[in-house]
Ligand binder design. Structure first.
Ligand code: PLP
Length: 427
């Protein structure tokens, strides 16, 4: 009989074959065995309410019965073909209908790839090289995206600092880094580099920091003024903030957006989406060999991911889903206020009801540097106590899912009460 394997044993095995003992994503000592609805179980049998939800994709909860049924019905027909399939076309039709900027799309397998191609498209379209990125903005793992992603050193803008080894200086030279939520800086930067900037890439809500009123609108206006391609990275916010993403919620339409996470229903699928005249650079016949952007990927448009995505979007279109999600997020935020207000500890709940985090700081964070300056010890105590009381989440984000039940909210309230006490004792 096979012996039950504990997380510690798996961690030891992982260390031998995986650098840093894991997949690079999450705390390597955790091994999730199963997820159902709002809950996950680790290899030691501990049960958690899941506020990580696969880092965003499982908005409907794990193994949603209707998504599962659609996938299981399709599976005997095959797994991947490389050639076109009808499901991928149906999903593309739905996505371009949903996204205000959507005219055409190209599939890839990860959000980071979608961002990489969006930046490359902008360069092909404009014939310019420079990209404006915001400090602390996350756009995957391409060389460009690694610039000033999580710098611990504060340098003068617009100097780009690589957050990864192995990136040539020439990449940094083409990146211009700006502080989020600083209209004056953006205006002066774009004026200085007139005619050189291909794209502005931005998370409409940067990690957890909301855009201040008018900031995204300003990016739109400035991009139009200088002929720059405006890219919204909606890998997180797409189909989460609203059915039409952050662009619908905030009422600002970019030229291109990138999507991932929710659109694959938990399978690897992402897309670069946007204006037909820009997307035309993927079509050699339309733009000619010199302007063509070669792009292919073995699993792009995978039918299993497409059917899971189609079913997920169908469920999300049902009456009241987004109100319900916001209501769940607001309920959790209310619990946090009840737990933390009496402690007198300075804190802010930063983000959107559909995605947020508690930041232990006095002033409302507007930029990456503001979040960096928050009290990390209090955050650690907060997260540790939540985990000890059955909440599974990452250190930097709380993702409510539509699968949360009244019973889950009770467990959550208790955990938050305990976390509030822990923070109060430390302060
Ligand atoms: C805003 C944003 N962009 C891009 C990515 C990269 O997506 P992926 O991990 O699918 O490459 C992420 C991943 O969390 C993200 O949050």
């Amino acid at each position: 009989m096979q012996r039950m394997t504990t997380q510690a044993e798996w961690a030891a095995r992982a260390k031998a074959v995986l650098p840093a003992g894991g997949f690079g994503n999450f705390e390597p000592e955790f091994f999730i065995k199963e997820g159902r609805g709002s809950r996950v179980w680790d290899e030691d049998g501990n049960e958690y309410i899941d506020y990580l939800i696969g880092s965003g994709p499982m908005l409907l909860g794990h193994s949603h019965p209707e998504v599962l049924e659609a996938v299981l019905e399709y599976l005997p027909k095959g797994q991947t073909f490389f050639a076109n399939n009808a499901l991928g076309v149906e999903l593309a039709e739905e996505i371009v209908k949903a996204m205000p900027c959507g005219e055409q799309l190209r599939y890839v397998s990860s959000g980071g790839e979608a961002d990489m191609y969006a930046m490359r498209l902008a360069r092909a379209f404009t014939g310019r090289d420079k990209i404006v990125k915001f400090e602390g903005g996350y756009h995957g793992m391409s060389a460009e995206a690694q610039m000033s992603l999580a710098p611990t050193k504060q340098v003068n803008f617009p100097l780009a600092i690589p957050d990864s080894a192995g990136i040539p200086q020439t990449v940094a030279d083409e990146m211009l880094i700006a502080p989020f939520n600083d209209p004056d800086y953006i205006r002066s930067l774009l004026a200085e580099y007139e005619g050189q900037v291909a794209a502005i890439i931005v998370e409409p809500l940067q990690r957890i920091i909301p855009p201040e009123a008018g900031f995204l609108q300003l990016l739109r206006e400035e991009a139009d003024k200088y002929g720059i391609v405006l890219i919204f990275d909606e890998v997180v916010t797409g189909f989460r903030f609203a059915y039409g993403g952050a662009q619908e919620l905030y009422g600002v339409t970019p030229d291109l957006c990138t999507l991932g996470k929710v659109i694959g229903g938990g399978f690897p699928l992402a897309a670069t989406v946007g204006r037909q005249d820009i997307m035309a650079h993927f079509d050699k016949a339309a733009v000619g060999a010199d302007n063509w952007l070669m792009q292919l990927g073995t699993l792009s448009g995978n039918p299993i991911a497409a059917i899971a995505g189609l079913k997920s979007l169908e469920i999300l279109r049902r009456e009241g889903q987004y109100d319900h999600l916001r209501n769940l997020g607001n309920q959790v935020q209310g619990m946090i206020r009840v737990a933390l207000d009496p402690t007198g500890v300075p804190y802010r709940i930063v983000g959107d009801p559909t995605l947020f985090e508690v930041v232990f700081t006095k002033a409302e964070p507007r930029t990456y540097r503001d979040v960096l300056g928050a009290n990390a010890d209090l955050s650690a105590a907060w997260n540790r106590t939540l985990r000890q009381n059955g909440i599974f989440k990452s250190a930097g984000k709380t993702y409510p899912s539509l699968s949360l039940t009244e019973a889950d909210l009770e467990v959550t309230a208790n955990a938050i009460t305990e976390a509030g006490k822990a923070v109060g004792q430390l302060a």
